[in-house]
Each structure stands twice: as structure tokens, then as C-alpha cells.
Design a protein around this ligand. Structure first.
Ligand code: PLP
Length: 477
């Protein structure tokens, strides 16, 4: 798998050329990484990624790695796409920055808003831009509360979300999310945000889902929303937010009954529905938007990651007509915005990214070709003695590891079997993520069938090595 001989000194000017060890030492001294145990990383040494091409990246030792996570769910068109690079370069040359605060715009920002309005479900005609998914979800809180103020129902402030949801990492976005480890640090969630349990069939297999098929469980899980509304009081609830498929939570594909029932409940109580499409948007699920795959009509839709395929940061909110009309016609000034709302370089890259997705017909390719092919390959893993469940939706998939398949027994948590498997993946030249005991992939949408085969060969190899290690250690019996 090693394509290049390891370069002795890495980093072209303006970065000083250094060896891997020198980069590791500098990194340990100065770079506090996101979501990282700093001390543990420093003792091990960070991996330095130096370049990317297509679905592969290379590290500073010259090892080629198949990036089955698209960076962090974002590099949907793969690495090295000239048209995106060219768009950024040209925009930087022409106008690297101008703001959108003072009754001004740039062609790139307005054109991207127009383009997104045409590409999203009909009820969306306006885009609000931010720098990230977290900021987009912060903006959602501002928008829904402003909406209910203008509606003359200012007491409607509570936003209902789900446990194990991921909506970002600012104070507000982390509060909207349902990650217990995040809530345990910094006194989260902030007031006015409450959570219901997730539609996770496997996690509830010995509890709420026992004796139910997936579809019956989907209805049950959706009705947890109705219970929560009754508890909070419908007149106090502003909105419900959810990812169509929970991404960072472990690729939790909800039963097909879940989202239509959520929609029914929101409609019944007049509650705004927010679809966090930061992962699911731009074709990941085989439709342009996850809400189209699952049959909901959200009032607000947040996006980030795939809008620029991660080449430069950009996020935003598509504001449905129900909210937009009121805001525009009766709201006066909306006291919210970011320096980089509508950043022209980011928007130019967004436009080039949309062009590429359309030109290559990537969404249909995921829906009709690579998505079904991935599902078919995934199904063969069910014969593996350590795989309890496989789930996929378009080009995102999960493999649930368990210790005893017939009894669907989990491994002891202290074994951290997911991390064991992830180590074998890394050693094999594959980036696959572990969420607890669930192994997940979300490869670039440009991945070919041949590369999916290559990915599965690496996945199988990692599972077999994990199994061998588990047998030797006596973790299975
Ligand atoms: C990554 C993510 C976010 C946060 O986006 P950032 O750009 O990291 O702030 C929000 N929602 C979902 C579903 C995500 O996966």
C-alpha cells in the first residue's frame, strides 16, 4: 500500500521542512487538538497527514490510507478537485473578502443562496450563511425563538432534541446535541433544551425494542416526542431538531416509520421541525437531502460540511417560507450574523462543488449504484462471528460489533472493542471510525465500486484481526 518512499523532510515552504518526529514534537508542544486526550496523544505521537488525492490520503511516512470517513464526513467530492481549487483561487484574486452586514453582498454569496434555494425542497427560498455547522445550529435557536416572539407566543422557547444527537460544539450546539460526555463538561445543556431517547433499534434491543420489529419500534420512539411535549406543555415548545440519520452518534438509521410520525406530531402541535443536514445533505443518503429520503417537510434545514466538500469552512441555514415570511415582513432587523456570513471564497467553492456534484451526477450514483452496492457488501458481514447488526443509508454505514451474536451480547466496555478494531484499520491503511462498539464508514461520494471492494477487503481484514485478538484474550466466551 506504500505508494511513495517516505520523504525525509516534510512540508514545503512556507512550512519549514521537518521529519515526522519533529512535527510530532512541535505538535505536542503547541497544538491542543479538538476532542482529544492531549496527554495520551503526546505520548503516542500524532499522525501527520500530508496530502490527498481522490479517496486516499498519505501520511508523512508515505503510507497511503483509504479515507472511508471523507475527512470528517465532508470531503464528498474527494481530494484534489481542480475546479474547487480554481474557484477559490480566482475568488481570492478578485475579492478575498467582503461582508454582507451593511446592505452589501458579493456575487458569490448571492449566487450560492439562489442555487441552494433551487436545490432544496420548495418551501426553502432563503439561505442564512455561517462559518460552520455549530454556528448554523446556534442560528436555528435564534431563528425559532425570534419566530415565536413575532408570532406573539414568546413563551414557546423549549427545543426538543435527542440523546446521542450531534449538532456541534459551541455552548448552544452542544446543548442541542445529546452527547453525555459533552454535557458532563461545562454545565450543559443550557436552559430551554430537553432531550428524548433516540430511535436506535440495536441500543434498545434488550429494552424498549424487545419483541418489536423495526417499524413498530420506530413508531414507539417517535411517540416519545409526544410524551415530552405533554410533559413540557405544547404551548412552551418551539421546535424539534434531529439529524435524518444520526451521524456522529454511530450512523443510527431510523426505522422507516419514525420520521413520518415525528412530522405528524410536530404538525399536530404546530411545532417547527428542524432537519440537521450537516452530514446527510448534498447526496450522502442518495437524495439531495436526508429529509427527502425520510419523507419530512422541515421548516429549517442546517447544512455545512458537504456544502464545500470541506475545502473551506462554510455552514448555513435554509429558512422555510413559514419562518422567512414572518421574519422578513414583520421582523425588522434580525440581530444576528457572523463576520464570515456569506464569505465569498467559501461561497465560490460551494458553487463549484454543486457544479461538480451535478456534472458527475453523484446523487443518483449514490442512490442507484454505489449506495446499493455498499449495502450488498455490508450484508455479507452478517456472517462474521462478531457482527450483530449492519445498517446503511446511501453512502453511510455502521457495523455493530458484539461478543455473542445469537444473544446479541455486548463486549465489556473496558475492552473498548471498537478502538481495538480501529487500531487494526489504521494499521491496514483504512480510516474507519469507532463509536463505542459500532464501526462506521462514510466514504467520499466519488468512490467507485472497485474502491468499495478495496475498502471492504480492508474492513474484513480488520474484523478478522480483531476477532483473532478477542479469541486470544478470551473476550468472546
Ligand atoms: C459536524 C456536525 C455539526 C457541527 O458542524 P461543525 O462545522 O463542526 O461546527 C452539526 N451537526 C451535525 C449533524 C454534524 O455532523
Amino acid at each position: 500500500m506504500t505508494a511513495n518512499p517516505p520523504p525525509a523532510r516534510i512540508g514545503a515552504p512556507p512550512f519549514a521542512g521537518r521529519t515526522t518526529r519533529e512535527w510530532q514534537a512541535a505538535d505536542a508542544s503547541h497544538f491542543l487538538h479538538p476532542f482529544t486526550d492531549h496527554q495520551a496523544l503526546a505520548s503516542k505521537g500524532v499522525r501527520v497527514i500530508t496530502r490527498g488525492e481522490g479517496v486516499y490520503v498519505w501520511d508523512s511516512e508515505g503510507q497511503r490510507i483509504l479515507d472511508a470517513m471523507s475527512g470528517l464526513w465532508c470531503v464528498n467530492v474527494g481530494y484534489g478537485q481542480e475546479s474547487l481549487i480554481e474557484a477559490a483561487t480566482q475568488q481570492m484574486r478578485t475579492l478575498p473578502y467582503y461582508n454582507a452586514f451593511f446592505q452589501t453582498t458579493t456575487p458569490a454569496a448571492t449566487a450560492l443562496a439562489e442555487r441552494l434555494a433551487a436545490r432544496t425542497p420548495e418551501s426553502f427560498r432563503h439561505a442564512f450563511f455561517c462559518g460552520s455547522g455549530s454556528e448554523a445550529n446556534d442560528t436555528v435557536i435564534r431563528l425559532v425563538r425570534r419566530y415565536w416572539d413575532l408570532m406573539g407566543q414568546p413563551q414557546r422557547k423549549v427545543i426538543i432534541s435527542r440523546l446521542n444527537a450531534y449538532h456541534g460544539s459551541t455552548m448552544a450546539a452542544a446543548s442541542l446535541g445529546g452527547m453525555s460526555a459533552m454535557h458532563a463538561q461545562g454545565g450543559l445543556p443550557i436552559p430551554g433544551i430537553v432531550h428524548i431517547d433516540q430511535p436506535h433499534y440495536w441500543a434498545h434491543r434488550h429494552g424498549a425494542a424487545q419483541g418489536l420489529d423495526r417499524e413498530a419500534f420506530g413508531l414507539l420512539a417517535a411517540r416519545w416526542l409526544e410524551d415530552k411535549i405533554a410533559e413540557v406543555g405544547a404551548g412552551n415548545v418551539a421546535a424539534f431538531i434531529g439529524e435524518p440519520v444520526q451521524g456522529a452518534g454511530g450512523v443510527i438509521v431510523p426505522p422507516s416509520t419514525y420520521w413520518p410520525e415525528i412530522q405528524r406530531i410536530c404538525d399536530r402541535h404546530g411545532i417547527l421541525l428542524v432537519s440537521d443536514e450537516v452530514v446527510c445533505g448534498f447526496g450522502r443518503t442518495g437524495q439531495w437531502w436526508g429529509c427527502e429520503t425520510f419523507g419530512t417537510k422541515p421548516d429549517l434545514l442546517t447544512f455545512a460540511k458537504g456544502v464545500t466538500s470541506g475545502y473551506v469552512p462554510l455552514g448555513g441555514v435554509m429558512v422555510g417560507e413559514r419562518v422567512a415570511r414572518l421574519l422578513i415582513e414583520q421582523g425588522g432587523e434580525f440581530e444576528h450574523g457572523y463576520t464570515y456570513s456569506g464569505h465569498p471564497v467559501a461561497c465560490a467553492v460551494g458553487l463549484a462543488n454543486l457544479d461538480l456534484i451535478e456534472r458527475e451526477d453523484l446523487v443518483a450514483r449514490v442512490r442507484e449504484d454505489t449506495g446499493p452496492y455498499l449495502a450488498q457488501q455490508l450484508a455479507t458481514l452478517m456472517e462474521h462471528p462478531m457482527v450483530g447488526e449492519v445498517q446503511s443509508c446511501g453512502l453511510m454505514a455502521a457495523v455493530q460489533l458484539c461478543r455473542n451474536v445469537p444473544l446479541r451480547e455486548a463486549f465489556a466496555p473496558e475492552i473498548a472493542i471498537g478502538m481495538v478494531c480501529r487500531r487494526h484499520c489504521f494499521d491496514n491503511g483504512l480510516v474507519m471510525r469507532a463509536v463505542g462498539d459500532r464501526m462506521i464508514v462514510a466514504p467520499p461520494l466519488v468512490i467507485t465500486r472497485g474502491q468499495i471492494d478495496e475498502m471492504f477487503a480492508l474492513v474484513r481484514q480488520a474484523l478478522d484481526r480483531t476477532l483473532a485478538e478477542a479469541r486470544a484474550a478470551g473476550w468472546l466466551s
